[in-house]
Design a protein. Sequence first.
Length: 112
Amino acid sequence: MSEQCSWCGTDVGADDGFRVAEPETEGRAVFCRLEHVVPWIMQGAEWEAGRIIPSGEPDDALGRCALCGDDLGDTRVLVVRHRGPHRIGDAFCRTDHLLEWAKGGGRYKAAS
């Protein structure tokens, strides 16, 4: 079952793309490419209702911000990359840190 990219509207298959969520607000977004996170946040990050982690499943296994390394409190932003059968997760202490991380190429940024 495919979903639509929250930025460009392209179909995103269940085993492809990025799922982003704010668990405490039950807001979610779907992206076909990491690059689409950047303009989406810059234009106001409008969340759809829903979750990317099923209700009752713990979503706090990623305890540190992927950008700054700070401990995550109750407020966090989760990102899950769907790549075939694999799920690769990262978490952030706030949306601004997700923006900076995505601008830099995410976890696969080029070495400097």
